[in-house]
Design a protein around this ligand. Structure first.
Ligand SMILES: [Fe+2]
Length: 229
């Protein structure tokens, strides 16, 4: 993806998010230089921030996702069973823009329709080897109520509705009828290791630097900011 397109998506996404009354934290608006100079470990090491992905496939409108990680705990705390065990993201799935089928090994996540169109999730249970079980019915909690679907069934969430996806449950999702503002409340998030995709695909965009970055993406941190410690 061209950096100019990523900058444009950041501007559009920021306006969309604000239109629902949600405002991102101050570090979201720091310039690349300010972030590289201040380099707070609480942002850089926790990998908070902007994450615009086309999964490396160069067709963002059909296959992509806007994410911003607002908070993220520590894997050591999760292992210890106490402390900062949680994470939060705000995301945008555009109309008919697919986030491809994947599962998580560690992360449990609530996916919440915060407003806009209908959020559609295609769901499968994991087979014994972790792969997709194409036969088993799917049962998932939705705002305290269990919902049962056929394998590969489509769960439709209207604004206000959410689903809890436990580790292992396969999911793909997209917006229907309009762009969707999505909240994610989860256990500690590690996008470097905890996304298993059904098809071989990348997690981050390959970027062509045709103009300076408006804000750094999380996937820019290693290159532009380096280590904090
Ligand atoms: Fe997920």
């Amino acid at each position: 993806m061209k950096r100019s397109r990523i900058n444009e998506i950041i501007r559009e996404g920021d306006a969309f998010i604000r239109s629902f009354g949600y405002v991102m934290p101050p570090f979201a608006y720091w310039s690349p230089d300010e972030l590289a100079t201040r380099r707070p470990p609480g942002v850089i090491d926790a990998r908070l921030g902007w994450d615009i992905t086309d999964y490396g496939e160069e067709k963002f409108d059909e296959l992509g996702l806007f994410l911003f990680t607002v908070r993220n705990g520590r894997a050591a705390d999760l292992a210890a069973g106490r402390g900062m065990l949680y994470a939060e993201k705000i995301m945008i799935s555009r109309k008919d823009q697919l986030s491809p089928m994947h599962r998580h090994v560690v992360k449990a996540e609530d996916i919440i329709n915060r407003g806009g169109g209908t959020l559609v999730l295609e769901l499968f249970m994991p087979a014994a080897d972790g792969g997709i079980d194409r036969d088993a019915p799917v049962e998932v909690p939705t705002d305290g109520v269990m919902r049962r679907l056929d394998a590969g069934g489509r769960l439709k969430l209207a604004p206000g509705e959410s689903v809890t996806l436990l580790p292992g449950v396969w999911h793909a999702f997209w917006g229907e009828g309009g762009d969707v503002l999505i909240g994610e409340v989860s256990t500690v998030n590690d996008d470097l290791t905890d996304n298993i995709f059904a098809e071989p695909i990348g997690r981050f965009s390959n970027i062509e630097e045709d103009e300076p970055p408006l804000h750094l993406l999380v996937s820019d941190y290693d290159r532009f900011v380096g280590r904090t410690g």
